[in-house]
Write a protein that binds this ligand. Structure first.
Ligand code: SF4
Ligand code: SF4
Length: 396
């Protein structure tokens, strides 16, 4: 196993981490305990020591905790899990969720504890006002939280503000070759790494889509460059090549996937890509972009919108729907609209057509018109109904 050092703690973390959101599930949707146990134990045996889960990954914390307890493996691994901070309404809620998680994971401490899915500094400030820092300090003193960080799904400027706002032990970002300039992006990774903050990578394969259904043109580019390497290996090597990457989480739900990723990891130290390989990715990305509907680069020059529209996020999701797939696009769209967070929705439906954004766009995009198009394609009545239900549940 390749290990990378968490420069804040000195911990030696496996470069391949286990994303437990995608533990195998049966027809009922419940985590398949037997299959999960085999996978987790083989991963540990082969050197994986970082396991990531979350309060909201139905049954995942319980399954991981049970495997570690039954096989006496708790002390051999680092557990990372996440607080559903958007559900926290009062100071007592921090402890309420945390105790539940300790119980589910059958442990009395968490190695890496994260605020789940933070998108803005405003969200952190809300939690601070509820006494987050005091609560974390108490749990550190009690030896129940060792490292404290956040996972991020917002725009790049917010990432930098969040990094600057606290003495974080680590952070977790969505990052892969298609997201090089999306969300935190390469700039965010390098900013965090320059401060010795370990960066954990999620969605390295965009939920498997960079491993499977890449556009035909992209597949051709990869095969012409090296027919022996899988699409997943191309995507993972792009990440491990970067020294700022500490752990890459992969949601492995089959033994073959686990073994393939382990093999790829062994041969992918920082700087592993050859010059010829580096030249492959821009051509693959260009193939994805051919399917794009808007030439938005995600630069955010058009922001902020006075009506609260998340312009780059809406366009990124709209493009993703056509380049990657319907589910991937909708997931991104829901994130872009901020449905998982407090605050108002960032939907293009709120656009007042003032035109201020279009004047600032270096790509010359007719933003209000394109937003209207995105709303038509991304918010058909059935999706709009689902969005309303989610907003009601989240009290928005
Ligand atoms: S045109 Fe619409 S999206 Fe652009 S700034 Fe005005 S309200 Fe916001
Ligand atoms: S300014 Fe233009 S290219 Fe940049 S994020 Fe806005 S719409 Fe996209």
């Amino acid at each position: 196993m390749q290990y990378r050092i968490d420069l804040k703690s000195g911990n030696r973390l496996s470069a391949l981490g286990y994303g437990c959101m995608r533990l195998p599930r049966g027809a009922s949707g419940m985590v398949d305990a037997d299959k999960s146990e085999k996978l987790i134990l083989e991963a540990i045996e082969r050197g994986v020591n970082y396991f990531d889960t979350a309060y909201i990954y139905g049954g995942s914390e319980q399954a991981l905790g049970e495997v570690l307890r039954r096989n006496d493996k708790r002390r051999e691994v680092y557990i990372a899990t996440k607080l559903p901070h958007y559900r926290v309404r009062a100071h007592e809620d921090f402890g309420k969720y945390f105790e539940t998680q300790l119980g589910r994971l059958k442990t009395d401490y968490i190695d890496y504890y994260l605020l789940h899915n933070v998108a803005s500094l405003a969200q952190l400030e809300r939690l601070r006002a509820l006494g987050l820092e005091e609560w974390v300090a108490r749990e550190r003193e009690r030896g129940r939280i060792f490292r404290f960080g956040f996972s991020f799904h917002g725009q790049s400027g917010e990432f930098r503000s969040l990094i600057d706002a606290n003495d974080w032990d680590f952070c977790q970002i969505q990052y892969n070759y298609l997201d090089e300039h999306n969300q935190a992006g390469r700039a965010g990774l390098e900013y965090a790494a320059s401060r010795n903050i370990p960066v954990i990578i999620m969605e390295p394969l965009l939920g498997g889509r960079l491993a499977g259904n890449v556009p035909r043109g992209a597949g051709g580019v990869f095969r012409a460059a090296d027919s022996g390497k899988t699409y997943a290996a191309w995507a993972l090597r792009w990440l491990w090549d970067q020294p700022g990457v500490t752990v890459v989480l992969s949601g492995m739900c089959a033994v073959a996937q686990l073994r393939e990723n382990l093999e790829t990891c062994e041969e992918a130290p920082p700087g592993c890509l050859s010059d010829a390989e580096r030249e492959v990715y821009p051509r693959v990305i260009a193939s994805f972009r051919e399917s794009y509907k808007v030439d938005c680069t995600g630069c955010s020059y058009c922001m902020p919108c006075p009506m609260g529209v998340n312009i780059p996020g809406s366009f990124e999701a709209y493009n993703r729907r056509y380049a990657v797939g319907f589910v991937a696009g909708m997931q991104s769209y829901i994130m872009a609209l901020g449905l998982s967070h407090t605050g108002k929705s960032g939907s293009g439906r709120q656009c007042a057509e003032c035109g201020a954004c279009a004047k600032k766009c270096p790509q010359g995009i007719a933003i209000p018109e394109k937003l209207a198009e995105a709303v038509r394609r991304m918010e058909p009545p059935i999706i709009r109904g689902a969005i309303k239900i989610i907003q009601r549940v989240l009290g928005k």
